[in-house]
Write a protein that binds this ligand. Structure first.
Ligand code: ADP
Ligand code: MG
Length: 300
């Protein structure tokens, strides 16, 4: 495409809520054969809510929620917001409003896994099963049962490790975006295949993939694993687009031929991407590819 065509395309994109940061990505987008989608906040709405809570120890519900939210209140992850909101709601009911926002000390983020911190003298880790294992928290059979029961329902379990044991767990649900299925099948009609990559577990990921019509799923990946997946597709000669919203997607967004960030996503994702979907609507993945087709064919 000529510089003028790119400029016109960029302007047109901007008016449709597709912010194009580099002419290069716009020129490549029509050659994309595979679109890799992140799950949480990309295919799903990204506003998970707690739908269940279960205690596996003698701690009170109130103490449990306080510990979990003291750690999660420091996290930017959408799951963290769900946990904190739930804890706040509960503590309001329990009239212990001053208690719940104790912030944990020594807060640490483990992207794609969970968060940890010290509440008083107690080390509390909040995250998925793999994260518990990494923190040497043992997972008993009743915890395993809780996890598999909720994962089958496409829910994600958040485990809270205290003193080497799972003190309790939350199950969160995050509905898919209404347009997701439509976009995936439209891309397929354009000859473009879709893949899901997520840090979430296999059972939940597969349930969500089924809902939106994606057959190719990669779950339980860390941020660098997402980028590796992009590179392995590129090594097969494919031009690859990545759509993501999180800190955990930024290496993959940077590695992709065309990185597209969800407008409502984190700053780091937006910085790493070539294109920003301002409206956070997945239909704009198609808008961006269309725009690229138009500018490339106009001048040839
Ligand atoms: P995705 O790839 O779907 O956007 P992430 O890579 O951000 O998901 O996270 C993967 C998994 O790590 C989550 O499904 C969750 O189990 C766990 N996790 C990450 N951050 C947190 C957190 N702050 N609190 C609880 N769990 C977390
Ligand atoms: Mg995400």
């Amino acid at each position: 495409a000529t510089p003028t065509a790119v400029m016109v395309g960029t302007g047109k994109g901007a008016s449709e809520g597709v912010l194009i940061k580099g002419g290069n990505a716009l020129e490549k987008a029509h050659k994309v054969k595979t679109v890799v989608f992140d799950k949480t906040g990309t295919l799903t709405v990204g506003k998970p809510v707690v739908v269940s809570v279960m205690l596996f120890s003698t701690v009170s519900m109130e103490q449990f929620c306080e510990m979990a939210s003291a750690v999660e209140v420091n996290s930017e992850h959408p799951i963290a917001r769900a946990v904190v909101d739930y804890a706040k709601g509960l503590c309001q009911k329990l009239e212990s409003l001053n208690e719940y926002v104790k912030e944990a000390k020594d807060f640490e983020v483990h992207p794609g896994a969970g968060v940890s911190g010290k509440v008083g003298d107690i080390i509390v880790s909040v995250g998925n099963k793999r994260f518990m294992q990494a923190c040497n928290v043992s997972i008993g059979p009743e915890v395993e049962d809780y996890i598999s029961e909720h994962e089958q329902l496409a829910q994600t379990c958040v485990l809270v490790g205290v003193d080497g044991d799972v003190a309790g767990a939350f199950a969160v649900t995050d509905p898919v975006k209404p347009e997701a299925g439509r976009v995936i099948s439209f891309l397929r009609s354009m000859g473009i295949s879709s893949i899901m990559v997520t840090g979430d577990n296999w059972a939940t990921a597969s349930a969500i993939a089924k809902e939106v019509g994606i057959e190719n799923v990669i779950a339980e990946t860390d941020p660098l694993g997402k980028a590796d997946k992009i590179r392995s597709l590129q090594m097969k000669g494919m031009i690859v687009a990545m759509v993501g919203d999180g800190i955990n997607d930024s290496p993959a967004l940077a590695a992709a031929d065309v990185g597209m960030a969800i407008g409502a996503g984190t700053d780091i994702a937006i910085e790493s991407a070539d294109i920003v979907l301002i409206k956070s609507n997945l239909e704009d993945v198609v808008t961006a590819i269309d725009l690229s087709r138009k500018i490339s064919f106009r001048i040839r």
